[in-house]
Write a protein that binds this ligand. Structure first.
Ligand SMILES: Cc1cc2nc3c(=O)[nH]c(=O)nc-3n(C[C@H](O)[C@H](O)[C@H](O)COP(=O)(O)OP(=O)(O)OC[C@H]3O[C@@H](n4cnc5c(N)ncnc54)[C@H](O)[C@@H]3O)c2cc1C
Ligand SMILES: *[C@@H]1O[C@H](CO)[C@@H](O)[C@H](O)[C@H]1NC(C)=O
Ligand SMILES: *[C@@H]1O[C@H](CO)[C@@H](O)[C@H](O)[C@H]1NC(C)=O
Ligand SMILES: *[C@@H]1O[C@H](CO)[C@@H](O)[C@H](O)[C@H]1NC(C)=O
Ligand SMILES: *[C@@H]1O[C@H](CO)[C@@H](O)[C@H](O)[C@H]1NC(C)=O
Ligand SMILES: *[C@@H]1O[C@H](CO)[C@@H](O)[C@H](O)[C@H]1NC(C)=O
Length: 583
């Protein structure tokens, strides 16, 4: 029945698509194919896929190819690519997200390319190959394009990846020898003035295509006098990895996690069906997609989220510069701040970002929705006074904007480059941070990182999303009793590949190991994390792991959707040549 409806509703002739029924077990191959294998799809097979997707199939060329004499791939052969002017332009814009999200396969996290086509290579004769970029990507603008990609990957036993903006810190929107379904151009936004679907919520909602980015959604909501929960970075996709992974943001302390906002998803599942997932229809899938991680349960084509009245928005900034002789006082001030002042701020609806690095200690209380500047000033006063009492020169500025979008677009810190770091993260339980006997050890672990590189904490109270219990959505249950999410990074090096691999090991074996030792059982936020995280099943998913595994087995029994550290990925291994094999 589902199949018939699908045929009727599709604009494409789906009869050409081989779609083995998931109810009939087939002989499952042990490994996915890679180019060069005898059964790898032929040029004619790819041409036929291209026809099915209305000419929207793109053979990848890494951006960095213009800085190399030649680029070689299985799809394109050997191509002359060097262009000095374009290479110079690329180097000037490489760090902007805009450079990458309009490209079908370029990941922003450089280390997930495997260094195969380095844009900063000084020698144009150095090789440029496809590395971990998808071999082909479908520039999807309709669910039928997604369905064609899924059918092709299944029929030919090739690796499939889902790519939206390419922002992912763990490289989960990238994969060697893969076909990518690129969702960035699924751009629709629609106001639903009063949600009438399942669930208790009755207010306004926005239906957002899978390619809608945070800033697109903020702007669309703004024109209706509304706000939606999104991230800090304007170009992170809203319906992709962000909301599907949980989603922290400026409005989390007021309205909850991004995952808490979702009323409905439309999804293409591994069997090729276009389904609705909400409280009544496919409720398990509805649950899993709300925080159980992107790239693994299906390809979301749109989501419908709650929207809320816009309001005046205030922000405040505290800067304390490390002079070289005040570091002890800075960390004393930091300890007092996180253990005695921060909870009160987030409980009033403020979203607070703290930053420590060798340059100093910085607090951003950004985007307090509905709060007057004077109210925020009063809330921040104890912090400023206590820093001053430690003889620290604490610069304080604050501002008020008439609405959220204006605040988001004009407050300092709104300009984002690609965050080009090897990263790691850890949740910090509120009970631990506010325990005078325990906070000192946490501060020591934070300090040992903060004196070498940048370490931040995004603080929130994620209990106001209208969810009745931490188990109502799949997002890590520890979000609910955490005070902040610690995030740290060591900058990507383009001149020394090995240094990146070493940095990743430092993060795993030193920085995070030290933080884990003082935060037992705290867990980590899967989107702002270490791709090498040991025990990632427990750390990223907590007590939701077993249920998530069941949903995965039900909706994707053959493991079509694979991403490192995603649910189900523990059943696969990536070999040295990038080939994905079943364990
Ligand atoms: C500069 C920067 C700032 C950030 N700020 C925040 C923040 O404030 N709060 C926060 O919570 N996080 C933040 N993040 C982390 C962010 O949530 C993740 O990077 C997230 O994975 C990005 O999702 P995307 O869809 O844009 O990226 P992509 O890299 O394209 O995709 C990420 C993952 O989602 C999957 N996916 C994408 N689209 C779909 C789809 N339609 N259906 C199914 N799976 C899909 C991909 O397969 C991949 O596994 C930030 C990241 C960066 C780089
Ligand atoms: C962002 O990158 C550009 C170059 O692409 C650089 O000029 C600029 O200083 C960077 N901005 C920040 C905030 O890092
Ligand atoms: C992807 O499709 C969109 C919409 O048709 C188009 O504007 C864009 O140029 C395409 N991108 C590429 C890289 O082909
Ligand atoms: C969040 O704030 C509410 C008050 O609005 C409070 O009752 C609750 O305890 C806070 N959350 C946590 C985890 O302490
Ligand atoms: C990542 O790198 C950039 C530039 O190297 C830096 O400005 C930024 O703060 C870093 N972010 C993290 C989380 O380390
Ligand atoms: C990644 O790089 C290493 C070292 O150059 C190489 O051996 C390996 O084959 C590469 N992987 C892929 C998928 O190209």
């Amino acid at each position: 029945m589902k199949y018939l409806l699908l045929l009727l509703s599709s604009t494409l002739s789906l009869s050409v698509l081989a779609r083995p029924s998931s109810t009939q077990p087939r002989d499952l191959p042990t490994c996915r194919l890679i180019p060069g294998d005898a059964s790898w799809p032929s040029a004619a097979d790819w041409a036929s896929l291209n026809q099915q997707v209305e000419g929207r199939l793109i053979a990848s060329t890494p951006l960095g190819a213009v800085c190399h004499n030649t680029f070689v791939s299985s799809a394109l052969g050997k191509v002359n690519t060097y262009d000095a002017a374009k290479c110079s332009d690329l180097r000037n814009t490489w760090f902007l997200p805009e450079t990458h999200y309009v490209h079908p396969s370029s990941p922003m996290q450089y280390t997930s390319t495997n260094n195969s086509c380095n844009p900063f290579d000084s020698d144009p004769s150095a090789p440029c190959s496809i590395g971990n970029h998808a071999v082909y990507a479908i520039n999807a603008t309709a669910p039928a394009h997604v369905q064609a990609g899924i059918a092709f990957a299944r029929q030919h036993n090739i690796r499939l990846v889902i790519r939206n903006t390419g922002h992912d810190y763990l490289g989960r929107s990238t994969g060697p020898h893969s076909l990518a379904i690129w969702t960035h151009n699924l751009k629709s936004t629609e106001l639903i003035s009063s949600w009438g679907g399942p669930g208790d919520y009755k207010g306004p909602a926005m239906k957002l295509g899978a390619g809608v980015m945070g800033i697109d959604a903020y702007r669309a909501a703004h024109t209706e006098g509304l706000v939606v929960v999104g991230g800090n970075c304007p170009t992170v996709g809203l319906s992709g990895g962000y909301t599907q992974g949980g989603g922290l943001g400026p409005l989390t302390s007021v309205h909850g996690l991004a995952a808490d906002q979702v009323l409905e998803w439309t999804v293409v599942t591994a069997d090729g069906a276009l389904v609705t997932a909400n409280a009544n229809s496919n409720p398990d899938l509805f649950w899993a997609l709300r925080g159980g991680g992107g790239g693994t349960f299906g390809v979301v084509t749109s989501m419908t989220v709650k929207a809320f009245p816009d309001s005046r928005t205030s922000s405040a900034f505290v800067n304390v510069v490390d002079t070289g002789s005040n570091t002890d006082a800075i960390y004393k001030g930091f300890e007092t701040f996180i253990s005695t002042q921060l909870a009160a701020l987030v409980d009033q609806g403020v979203y607070v970002l703290w930053v420590l690095n060798p340059a100093g200690f910085f607090i951003q209380a950004r985007f307090a929705l509905g709060m007057k500047q004077s109210e925020l000033d009063a809330l921040m006063q104890p912090t400023v006074r206590s820093l001053q009492s430690l003889n620290l020169a604490a610069d304080y500025v604050s501002m008020e904007n008439p609405d959220f979008l204006t605040a988001f677009e004009t407050t300092p810190g709104a300009q984002w480059n690609v965050s080009d770091n090897n990263t790691g993260g850890r949740l910090a339980p509120r009970s631990l941070v506010t325990d005078p006997a325990k906070v000192g050890a946490l501060v020591s672990a934070i300090r040992s990182v903060g004196q070498q590189t940048l370490i931040t904490g995004v603080a929130f109270n994620a209990t106001r999303g209208g969810v009745s219990s931490p188990d109502e959505v799949a997002a890590h249950p520890r979000f609910r009793d955490s005070l902040f999410n610690i995030f740290l990074g060591l900058p990507t090096r383009y001149d020394d590949w090995q240094a990146n691999l070493d940095a990743m090991d430092t993060i795993t074996n030193k920085f995070l190991a030290d933080l884990e030792a003082v935060t037992p059982g705290a867990g980590a936020y899967l989107n702002e994390a270490d791709v090498q995280q040991p025990d990632w099943q427990t750390e990223f998913y907590g007590s939701h792991w077993d249920r998530l595994s069941k949903v995965k087995a039900q909706y994707d029994p053959e493991g079509l959707f694979y991403a490192r550290t995603a649910v189900g990925s523990e059943q696969w291994t990536e070999q040295a040549d990038g080939r994905l094999c079943k364990l």
